[in-house]
Design a protein around this ligand. Structure first.
Ligand code: PLP
Length: 376
């Protein structure tokens, strides 16, 4: 499916926007203004299949369609199975909803202490700061609220959320997500991180953002200064396929890393996108080259209308098994299922324990060879 050549290419440049002045292209607000949102415009650039055409007709009732020019350029117009295309161009399959899918697939609403603040784990909170993203992933876990296509009307009150964090001294870790936090202005981010820095019990803050991928232009010197308002800020980005690792993303990641921000990556395992050992290996090797540590690989959540992108759970375990021993340990993410009903993240691993007999552990290594370890 992927030749060595496509996996080795680090894409770069303006692609089909080659006539656009470079200062516009490099301006993140220009990229946002020129996102592809309408079927007629997309159809001018891509030959849409019947499935996609029907998908674009129903998508706006579920999750808006919006694709930055930077990301759109990564779509191969000649490949109907392009892994980039599948992530952002809806198909008719989005209308197929299964009985066990759920608008709130990981049970966030029940742990929402106040609007915008999910307090699921004892020592850390998920702080949703916006319902907007740079582009919309068709399998979005928060489709119910993101882009407001379903009329959720998400409006977090930052002061209320900050007060909750101030009052709950057990919170040592704040995860800022959304929507995409990096869509907030530098000033707003700077104010937010400044407030978090003043709370003595908050020792660790991280951002979850796909903007470096959709919009690497957003990583400006102004943003880097704003992020420095917090002395211990980490960031998780979201890359699913090696093609997304452009020269622009690599430069953006190096800027973030050089500004002292440790970087992780969260991927979602998606059918026809990255459910392949060779593709996953290429992705994680590129992540290391970008100074990004693969963190989680998620089994696709039970979002209504996402079954066409979901793989069997065994696929994820098989991929992890194929990586262990075959590549750098740092490159291997933890495969998890975010449990329905608010169970939180549950790790899934290949089984390396053959047998336990008292203090004797019979282990199987990556080559399938058996070793005994006795602890006392
Ligand atoms: C994922 C998540 C976190 C962070 O979990 P880590 O395992 O620390 O990355 C916190 N709160 C919620 C609600 C989450 O979904």
């Amino acid at each position: 499916m992927f030749t060595k050549d496509t996996l080795n290419l680090w894409y770069s440049g303006q692609g089909i926007w080659k006539e656009t002045p470079k200062n516009n292209w490099d301006d993140w607000r220009w990229q946002l203004k020129n996102r592809l949102t309408q079927k007629v415009k997309i159809a001018k650039l891509l030959k849409l299949s019947e499935y996609e055409s029907a998908g674009l007709d129903i998508a706006n009732d579920k999750l808006l369609v919006s694709i930055t020019p930077h990301f759109f350029n990564l779509i191969d117009p000649d490949d109907p199975n392009c892994p980039i295309r599948k992530q952002v161009i809806p198909t008719k399959d989005e209308g197929v909803c299964l009985s066990y899918e759920n608008e709130d697939p990981v049970g966030e609403e029940q742990s929402m202490a106040i609007p915008g603040l999910v307090h699921r784990y004892p020592d850390r909170v998920l702080f949703l700061v916006t319902d907007r993203c740079g582009s919309y992933c068709r399998y979005c876990t928060r489709s119910r609220l993101v882009s407001n296509a379903q009329g959720y009307g998400f409006r977090p009150n930052f002061e209320q959320c900050l007060n909750y964090i101030r009052e709950h001294k057990e919170i040592r870790d704040v995860l800022i997500s959304g929507g995409d936090p990096l869509l907030l202005s530098d000033d707003k981010l700077s104010a937010l991180f400044g407030e978090l820095a003043k709370i003595p019990h908050v020792e660790f803050v991280r951002i979850g953002s796909r903007l470096p991928v959709f919009l690497p232009q957003r990583i400006t010197s102004g943003l880097l200064s704003a992020l420095k308002a917090h002395p211990n800020l980490w960031m998780s980005i979201h890359v699913n396929h090696p093609k997304e690792c452009t020269v622009e993303l690599k430069n953006a990641c190096h800027k973030l890393a050089n500004a002292g921000i440790p970087l992780g990556n969260q991927s979602v395992l998606l059918k026809g996108v990255n459910d392949d050992l060779l593709v996953m290996k290429s992705l994680i090797h590129r992540l290391l080259m970008m100074k990004v540590r693969p963190y989680y690989l998620y089994q696709c959540d039970l979002v209504p209308g996402s079954s066409h992108l979901r793989t069997p759970v065994s696929k994820g375990i098989e991929i992890i098994k194929g990586l262990r021993g075959a590549t750098t340990g740092y490159a291997i993410p933890q495969f998890v299922i975010d449990a329905p009903g608010g169970g939180g993240k549950v790790p899934l691993n290949p089984d390396y324990i053959e047998q336990v007999d008292g203090d004797v552990w019979v282990l199987k290594n990556f080559e399938g060879n058996i070793f005994k370890y006795r602890s006392v």
